[in-house]
Design a protein around this ligand. Structure first.
Ligand code: ADP
Ligand code: MG
Length: 241
């Protein structure tokens, strides 16, 4: 689905965390929001997912308004999947139980849930692991369970908040490859958040550079690298290479 933010603002107390943010993400794009810690990336993702109401502006999914001033469509009615850095798996449920959980919560029937869970576990190459508990898996496998759960509910649109930040460098590389192929295979929209410039450049069709609650520049990685439009962007893109 397409994702659009029109002049979205959000404050916590007198701290304006999102300051008049506008973004237009075309359907099917691997879109990365890149910015330093504390600049408002997670808050931005949460407003799209429906986990955070906004003060002003509008959020539209496929042209449908889902958030505005005093207007808020709840997360379970937005058809987007979310993956967080911490995986947030239920330790007492099996792998299959974790993937099934949001579908069951949304009131889907048993056979639908079971077929969907099998499908999504197959996609992340964890078919054999359905009956295990999260504690019995490696970090990378747990991240794949989180991804499967996200795919199960996401209807092709996934929002990922620094999903690889806890992984060791090798696994990170492997998961980057996997995320790219999931994205291509699903044909859906991926919104990926990171503070890591290298990761952004490796994965993105388009990158939005965020700084102190504002979007400074949106471009493809190559253009961003060659033609940064401000010294903040130049500094941030250059710094960690
Ligand atoms: P990022 O993901 O880029 O690190 P966040 O969106 O998490 O940034 O946070 C942006 C700013 O908003 C930070 O200063 C953070 O402390 C503040 N913030 C985030 N969530 C809350 C909250 N629920 N209450 C108060 N302040 C918050
Ligand atoms: Mg964050």
């Amino acid at each position: 689905m397409s994702i659009r933010l029109d002049a979205v603002s959000k404050s916590f107390g007198d701290h304006k965390v999102l300051n008049d943010v506008s973004l237009s993400i075309e359907d099917g794009t691997f879109f990365v929001v890149l910015g330093p810690s504390g600049c408002g990336k997670s808050t931005l993702l949460r407003t799209i997912a429906g986990l955070e109401p906004i003060d002003a502006g509008e959020v539209l999914l496929d042209g449908r308004k889902v958030a505005g001033e005093r207007f808020h469509v709840p997360p379970e009615q937005r058809q987007v999947g979310v993956v967080f850095q911490s995986y947030a798996l239920w330790p007492h449920l099996s792998v299959a139980g974790n993937v099934a959980f949001p579908l069951e919560a949304a009131g889907k029937g048993r056979s639908v849930v079971s077929a969907r869970v099998d499908d999504c576990l197959e996609t992340v190459a964890l078919s054999e692991f359905g009956q295990r508990k999260p504690a019995e898996l490696s970090g990378g496998q747990r991240q794949r369970v989180a991804l499967a759960r996200c795919l199960a509910q996401g209807a092709g649109t996934v929002l990922m908040d620094e999903p690889l930040a806890n992984l060791d460098p090798h696994l990170r590389g492997v998961m980057e490859e996997e995320l790219s192929s999931f994205h291509r295979a699903s044909g859906g929209t991926t919104l990926f958040i990171t503070h890591d410039q290298r990761e952004a450049m490796a994965l993105a069709d388009k990158v939005a550079v965020m700084w102190d609650g504002k979007i400074l520049q949106v471009d493809d990685p190559d253009t961003l690298y060659r033609r940064p439009m401000s010294k903040e962007v130049a500094g941030f893109i250059g710094r960690s290479t």
